[in-house]
Design a protein around this ligand. Structure first.
Ligand code: SF4
Length: 370
């Protein structure tokens, strides 16, 4: 059993029609409930809910504070390699882009760790392109123990692996894995993933199942907003979350909502999501699921991040560099995408405090569980 069976029961067109057919009454009903289902979620992301944003924001803020207090987790991505054997139309690391390629050696990783530790971070997200042979299990076996010594919480965003690989990486200190489906629309997925293993839609779709079975503490899912109709894609992400929570209740989950950003060989989004709609989506996820962690990256602008912070977000990246070696030695030629919030970790920390929140430099759960 995996999410694929549940996925096959859903029809993209029907879901899309049903979201757009939701009325003010459906939204009001969803807002009046204490426990909401996927039909309520559809109402909350529908065009009809745009008029209820203020109420949604108030409820979302209250639910988030009740569950997560005033804690805001901070993490930083550590790009280990920009080698990639896939061709994704929206990514600067795509194998077809003529950029300098680089995989960090152990010495270079040490330099990155030193630079990151100076900024206080104790939670790091390891990112690589997807290159099975050069940046695969052998590389991870070597570098994970090296990095884990220095950080309380270790997450990864790399190519989907087999269940036994995840189980092994867990023994080396891996705590969390982010694996975004990009889009849940199979033919649009095929249009954007032109070469390499990532063309396998189903293998990616089943990755959270393999992760949960391997006992990974936290799994991050989501869609890359802009590839397809954002409402429908985000509904599928919510359905995925709903399935996972029921099937693997011991695992924790987080959702991200990255919007397409400019990169080398830039792609124009098919579905444009406004700032207001992103606020609506964040609140809808929170109202649908009071437990799920919601993560906001530096793809978003400082103003947007500052304003949306209290409404549902539980973790944020800060001071990110999206090129391997970027903390010890900035080389913009290697970037995966341009970041929008370029503030230092210190100034993001100050902003969080100024808004009455407690920034923590590790995963919020590990703050309480020791
Ligand atoms: S999105 Fe990932 S798999 Fe696709 S080109 Fe970029 S790094 Fe490679």
């Amino acid at each position: 059993m995996s999410f694929v069976e549940r996925f096959n029961e859903l029809d993209w067109h029907d879901v899309s029609m049903s979201i757009n057919a939701k009325t003010a009454r459906d939204v009001e009903r969803a807002l009046s409930k204490t426990k909401r289902d996927l039909e309520d979620f559809k109402a909350l992301i529908s065009p009809a809910a745009e008029a209820y944003l203020e109420q949604m924001a108030q409820q979302s803020l209250a639910l988030t504070r009740k569950r997560f207090g005033n804690t805001m987790s901070l993490y930083i991505p550590l790009y280990l390699s920009n080698l990639c054997a896939n061709a994704c139309t929206y990514c600067g690391f795509s194998m077809e882009n003529r950029i300098k390629r680089r995989t960090l050696s152990e010495q270079e990783i040490d330099a990155e760790i030193r630079a990151i530790k100076q900024m206080k971070f104790d939670s790091v997200l390891l990112v690589t392109g997807e290159h099975e042979t050069k940046v695969g299990m052998n590389y991870f076996r070597k570098v994970l123990p090296q990095i884990k010594q220095h950080f309380n919480y270790l997450a990864m965003e790399v190519q989907p692996l087999e269940e036994e690989d995840y189980a092994e990486l867990k023994t080396l200190g891996l705590d969390a894995v982010m694996v975004y489906q990009e889009t849940y629309h199979p033919s649009t997925y095929a249009e954007h993933h032109l070469r390499g293993n990532k063309m396998n839609f189903e293998f990616r779709l089943e990755t959270p199942d393999r992760l949960a079975r391997a006992g990974i503490d936290k799994i991050g899912i989501g869609a890359l907003i802009g590839l397809e109709d954002w409402r429908t894609d985000c509904f599928y992400a919510a359905a995925h979350l709903d399935y996972l929570e029921k099937a693997y209740w011991k695992t924790r989950y987080s959702i991200s909502f990255p919007r397409l950003r400019p990169c080398a060989g830039a792609l124009q989004p098919k579905s444009v999501m406004t700032d207001k709609q992103l606020v609506q989506l964040i609140c809808a996820y929170r109202l649908f699921n009071p437990e799920v962690e919601l993560s906001l990256s530096t793809r978003e602008s400082p103003e947007f991040r500052d304003n949306v912070l209290p409404l549902g977000i539980t973790s944020m990246s800060a001071a990110s560099k999206t090129q391997p070696g970027g903390y010890a030695n900035d080389d913009v030629e290697l970037e995966q995408f341009e970041i929008s919030d370029e503030r230092s970790a210190e100034s993001v920390e100050a902003m969080i405090r100024a808004r009455g929140f407690d920034p923590v430099w590790r995963d919020w759960h590990s703050v309480y569980s020791g």
